[in-house]
Design a protein around this ligand. Structure first.
Ligand code: ADP
Ligand code: MG
Length: 579
């Protein structure tokens, strides 16, 4: 619902007042809406946008250099009146004619049209452009009936850039019409919005449903489908928009698209990015190139949950206007920078890789194999570890271990492919682990791997004694960095028995793979015994006693991974020879 309200009837006016105060360097209030605060566009075609309020940043947020000259702001979800339009145009006019841009809704068409009549009668050349991007609102052969939704941003960006280029009114109107003809959107909603002062939403959507094709004022959707994954939702939107892709190599279109993935007001940016990941994958599969995408809230509908995908099928000119600089409260674009070349960054990393001797390189290959085992083990226990961590922590330990082990594995593979020996491969794996995992355990595992690597070298295969010493170095890195001691209920409670067990078995002359298995079973017992402890470290500390009766997640994962390595070592080397 909309919670922060003074007088519901004044909500739109109060919001506009605050908006102008916040952006006084760019916009200034005028009866009916806002205009640019800066002068100096003499002779330029003025772009005046408008519609109901409740859609911020549409439309006032787009007033500024490179985009609109003025915005007419109606009441919440209500078209502004003709006299408001008239008044804003009078204030925004630069003497070069005016293009009025708005969404294709009956009220807006009437009021903007009426204002245009009056302005023309007074000698101002005015053109009107109702945006019609929403594919859900009418069939493809009746585009004139379609309503305008988030595609407004793409169309008005082009219009503003064309005006900033100094084109005359005919040319600006033509550019804007072409942008509109080339723009398609499809929306989906998960909940309705609540008008300021109202206690119930305009409509509701059941929690397991996606309302496809819903408008931005709570108009009904065209089709309800079961709520699927983010990817499935992305697919629905992409399919609907791509169904109207124009033929390639016609009209200057060669598969390059401007893109807006728009949140309706109550859908998180992170959710949008999850969807966007799939959208770009689908578009790449379709052979399309995405140009300067926008992912965020650009045409909202109060607190509605949902999103829409808009594409503009570009030609060279449209692309130039879409990417041209703009400086408005809600959309800022600077001139494009030369992109950093990813291949160069990776080449630099490879060039910096210390090459190992062939003996050490071969040995490093086995270490990569053990990292694979660790990654598989983490994946197999992801859920179990997450559940343990949710008892007194934040539930992310399973995920952290999977991400970390895979990040470590990727980095190790890359270093190995670049010719590295054992030391370098493990040092890189440590960095890759902590980068990918984040979190407390990620940092500790990263430091441990790096320390193990630091105790090896790039010139020879390590002896059993060297491996045991390196393992101790790994353990020391964890206690040094984390500061935990035995009994704090952390991974240290499994790690110390492991290192001690490995050293003892090695001293007793047990071959490494078997010594490793013996140490891993000590770690497993020790991890189980942490159930009797209350946490004194890490996130679980604040919920110390609630973890009583449950083993520590970090100790548990440590024991699981060491056991998996032990098993792999014995399979590799059943006789106990060092692999
Ligand atoms: P986060 O606590 O950042 O969410 P994880 O959930 O991945 O990280 O890991 C939690 C585990 O990290 C705990 O179960 C514990 O074993 C370990 N841990 C937390 N703090 C320390 C520390 N100071 N030293 C050693 N291990 C720690
Ligand atoms: Mg956690």
């Amino acid at each position: 619902m909309t919670r922060l309200v003074n007088d519901p009837r004044r909500f739109a006016a109060d919001a506009l007042h605050g908006f102008v105060a916040a952006h006084a360097d760019r916009v200034m209030a005028t009866p009916g809406g806002v205009v640019r605060a800066s002068a100096g566009d003499q002779g330029q075609v003025a772009i005046v946008l408008g519609g109901g309020s409740g859609h911020y940043p549409a439309f006032a947020g787009w007033v500024g250099e490179g985009m609109a000259h003025g915005a007419v702001c109606g009441n919440v979800f209500a078209s502004p009146s003709a006299s408001q339009v008239y008044s804003v145009v009078r204030a925004a006019d630069n003497g070069g004619g005016v293009l009025l841009g708005f969404g294709n809704y009956a009220g807006d068409v009437l009021h903007f049209g009426q204002a245009a009549e009056r302005l023309r009668a007074e000698g101002i050349d005015v053109r009107v452009l109702p945006v019609t991007d929403d594919v859900a609102s009418a069939p493809a052969d009746m585009t004139g009936l379609r309503r305008g939704i988030a595609g407004d941003l793409l169309v008005f960006k082009v219009a503003g850039a064309a005006a900033a280029d100094g084109l005359d009114l005919d040319a600006v109107e033509q550019a804007a019409r072409r942008a509109n003809e080339r723009t398609r959107s499809m929306g989906a909603a998960f909940s309705g919005c609540t008008l300021p002062g109202a206690t119930a939403p305009l409509f509701t959507v059941p929690s397991d449903v996606t309302a496809l094709g819903l408008g931005i004022h709570g108009e009904p959707g065209i089709r309800d489908v079961p709520l699927g994954t983010a990817d499935a939702t992305a697919d629905l939107l992409v399919d609907a928009v791509l169904a109207e892709e124009p033929p390639r190599a016609e009209g200057g279109y060669h598969g390059r698209v401007a893109l807006l993935l728009n949140g309706l007001g109550a859908t998180k940016h992170e959710e949008l990015f999850v969807v966007f990941g799939r959208v770009v994958e689908r578009l790449a599969q379709a052979g399309l190139t995405v140009v300067a995408p926008e992912v965020g809230e650009h045409v909202t509908s109060l607190d509605m949950a949902g999103l829409s995908l808009s594409l503009m099928f570009l030609d060279d000119e449209l692309e130039r206007w879409w990417t041209a600089p703009a400086d408005t409260p809600a959309l800022r674009r600077v001139a494009a920078q030369e992109p950093r070349r990813r291949e160069l960054v990776e080449q630099a990393a490879d060039a910096a890789t210390v090459p190992g001797t062939s003996e050490s390189h071969e040995w490093a290959g086995r270490l990569v194999g053990l990292l694979e085992v660790m990654a598989q083990c983490a994946l197999a226990h992801e859920e179990q570890l997450g559940a343990l961590d949710s008892i007194a922590g934040d539930g992310d330990h399973g995920q952290g271990m999977v991400l970390g082990a895979n990040g470590g594995l990727r980095a190790a593979r890359r270093a190995h492919a670049a010719g590295a020996g054992a030391r370098t491969v493990l040092i890189e794996a440590g960095a890759g682990w902590s980068d990918a995992a984040g979190g407390t355990s990620g940092a500790l595992w990263g430091a441990a791997l790096t320390a193990v690597g630091g105790a090896l070298d790039d010139s020879a295969a390590a002896s059993s004694a060297r491996v045991v010493a390196a393992t101790r170095a790994g353990g020391q890195a964890v206690t040094r960095l984390g500061g935990a001691v035995r009994g704090d209920k952390t991974m240290v409670d499994a790690l110390l028995p492991f290192v001690e067990g490995l050293e003892a078995a090695h001293r007793a002359g047990v071959h490494l793979p078997h010594a490793w298995c013996a140490a891993a079973s000590s770690a497993t017992q020790a991890a189980q015994a942490t159930a009797d402890l209350a946490a004194r470290r890490g996130r679980a500390r604040t919920h110390g006693t609630s973890s009583l009766g449950h083993p520590d997640p970090g100790a548990t994962s440590f024991a699981l991974l060491m056991s998996a390595i032990g098993e792999a070592l014995t399979i590799d080397s059943p006789t106990g020879e060092l692999p």
